[in-house]
Design a protein around this ligand. Structure first.
Ligand code: HAM
Length: 423
C-alpha cells in the first residue's frame, strides 16, 4: 500500500513554497524594524515544561500533545507552542542578565498539536511568534499588537480585526475565579467531565470548553472586566490609550480568555473578517504572561508576546484575493542544437550562474521544440539559442521573451549582455 502523509500535515511544494519564503522574509524584516532578534529552540522539550508552562488544565496539555518516551526513558513532547520554550531558554541562558533589555525575541518554526484536522487546523503548523521579556511597560503591549497588525497590513490584508481584553493581575483573577466557581458550581453536573474537573482547578478554562459552548450558563458567566482592580484597570486603559494614539483600531471583548494558562493583564486575538474565510477566524493570539518566567524557575520577570500560523495567514490572503509579489521567473534558458552546442551550453549556463543569474538548460536530450516549451514553462525572460552554425561564428541568438525581439550576441559578451538586460 502506498504510504500517505500523516493526517493534519502537508507538503509545501515548489509553486507554494515561494509564498512561504516570501512571508518568512517579511516576518524577518518586520522583526528587524521592531528590533526583535531570532531565537531557535529545539522541536522537542521535556514534557514538564509544557505541563508547567501551558498549564495542565488546558486542552493543549490534556488532549493535544505529541508526547513520547525516548530510549533513555525521558518523557519528551513535540512543542505545541513557542512561548514556554522561549522562556525556558531565557531562564536557562540567564538572558535576564544581558546588557540589552527588554529581551525581544522572535521565532518561526513548526509546532505540533493533536487536534481534529479541519480547514485552518493542522497537526503540524508553522508559527511566527515574538516574545518581549523584562518590561512591564504598557508600551510593549501596544508594540506587540502594532507589529502583528503592521505585518498583516504590510502583506496586503485589509479585513483584519484586533480584539482586546484584560485578565487583570493575580488579585483580580482570584476575585473573578471565585465568582466563576459560584456561578458554575450549582449546575456543574450539567457540564462535561473536563469542566467538572476544571471547576476548582481552573474555572476560567470552562469558558473556552468546546463541548459546553452553548450551555446557558456560559453566556451569563461573570466577565473578568467587572473584577479588575484599580491598577489592572489603569494598565488596561493605558494600553488602549497607546493603541488609539498609534492609530490601531481595536474592539474590546470581555469574554476573550485564550486557551493557555499563563496569561495576565493584556490578552488579544486578531481575526479575519474576510468573506469566505473558514469557521476558525482567529489568525493570531497573544498576551502578557507575567508569572511564567518564575513558574519555569527564573526570577520574577514580566513578558508578553503573540503567535500566528502561516497556514492561517495564507488562508486569509487567499480569502482576500491578495497576490504576493513572488516571482517565478528565470533569467535565461539556453537552448542547444547538436552535440558540440550542448557542451557549450553547459559551460554558458555555468558562467551565467557564476555571474549570479538564474539559468537553466535541457538535460533530457529534447528536440528543439520541446526545449522551447521547457524554456516557456520556466518563465525565462531570455531564451538563448545555440546551434552548430552560431558556435562556429562565435555568436548566440538571444530572444527577449517579453517583446519577441531577437539579437545576435557575441559569445564572449553573452554573460554580460544578459546580466545587463535583467538588471
Ligand atoms: P495560540 O492561540 O494557541 O497561542 O496559537 C497562536 C496561533 O497559532 C493561532 O492564532 C493560530 O494562528 C495558530 N494555530 C494554533 N493552533 C493551530 C493549528 N492547529 N493549526 C494551524 N494554526 C494553529 C500560542 O501558541 C501562544 N504561544 C501565543 C503567545 C506567544 N502568547 C504569548 N506569546
Amino acid at each position: 500500500m502506498l504510504i500517505q502523509i500523516p493526517r493534519g500535515t502537508q507538503d509545501i511544494r515548489p509553486g507554494t513554497v515561494e509564498l512561504w519564503q516570501y512571508i518568512e522574509e517579511q516576518a524577518r524584516d518586520i522583526c528587524r524594524r521592531y528590533n526583535y532578534k531570532e531565537i531557535r529552540t529545539p522541536i522537542f522539550e521535556h514534557t514538564d515544561l509544557f505541563l508547567r508552562g501551558v498549564g495542565d488544565t488546558t486542552d493543549i496539555v490534556q488532549k493535544e500533545m505529541y508526547t513520547f518516551t525516548d530510549r533513555g526513558e525521558r518523557s519528551l513532547t513535540l512543542r505545541p507552542e513557542g512561548t514556554a520554550a522561549v522562556v525556558r531558554s531565557y531562564v536557562e541562558n540567564k538572558m535576564y542578565g544581558d546588557a540589552t533589555q527588554p529581551t525581544k525575541l522572535f521565532y518561526i518554526g513548526p509546532m505540533f498539536r493533536y487536534e481534529r484536522p479541519q480547514s485552518g487546523r493542522f497537526r503540524q503548523f508553522v508559527q511566527f511568534g515574538i516574545e518581549a521579556l523584562g518590561s512591564n511597560d504598557p508600551a510593549i503591549d501596544a508594540e506587540v499588537m502594532a507589529l502583528a497588525m503592521d505585518f498583516y497590513k504590510g502583506l496586503g490584508l485589509k479585513h483584519v480585526k484586533l480584539v482586546l481584553n484584560s485578565l487583570g493581575d493575580k488579585e483580580s483573577r482570584q476575585a473573578h475565579r471565585e465568582a466563576l466557581v459560584s456561578h458554575f458550581a450549582p449546575r456543574i453536573d450539567e457540564f462535561c467531565s473536563d469542566c467538572q474537573s476544571r471547576l476548582h482547578k481552573n474555572p476560567l478554562r470552562i469558558l473556552d470548553c468546546k463541548k459546553d459552548r452553548n450551555h446557558e450558563l456560559m453566556g451569563t458567566a461573570p466577565s473578568i472586566t467587572a473584577y479588575l482592580n484599580e491598577s489592572s484597570q489603569a494598565y488596561y486603559e493605558k494600553v488602549q490609550e497607546l493603541l488609539t494614539m498609534m492609530d490601531i483600531p481595536f474592539e474590546k471583548d470581555p469574554n476573550l480568555v485564550r486557551g493557555l494558562d499563563y496569561y495576565q493583564h493584556t490578552v488579544f486575538e486578531i481575526m479575519s473578517e474576510a468573506e469566505g474565510f473558514g469557521a476558525i477566524t482567529t489568525l493570531s493570539g497573544g498576551g502578557r504572561y507575567n508569572g511564567l518566567v518564575e513558574e519555569i524557575g527564573g526570577p520574577e520577570t514580566p513578558g508578553i508576546g503573540f503567535a500566528m500560523s502561516i497556514e492561517r495567514l495564507l488562508m486569509a490572503l487567499e480569502a482576500e484575493k491578495v497576490t504576493l509579489p513572488v516571482s517565478f521567473e528565470m533569467d535565461c534558458f539556453v537552448v542547444a542544437l547538436g552535440e558540440r552546442a550542448k557542451d557549450a551550453a553547459t559551460k554558458l549556463v555555468h558562467d551565467l550562474r557564476k555571474a549570479g543569474l538564474n539559468a537553466e538548460k535541457d538535460y533530457l536530450d529534447r528536440k528543439i521544440k520541446a526545449q522551447f516549451k521547457a524554456a516557456d514553462r520556466s518563465e525565462a525572460k531570455y531564451v538563448a539559442v545555440l546551434g552548430e552554425n552560431e558556435l562556429e561564428q562565435g555568436v548566440i541568438n538571444v530572444k527577449d521573451m517579453s517583446t519577441g525581439d531577437q539579437t545576435e550576441v557575441a559569445l564572449d559578451t553573452f554573460v554580460t549582455y544578459i546580466a545587463e538586460k535583467v538588471q
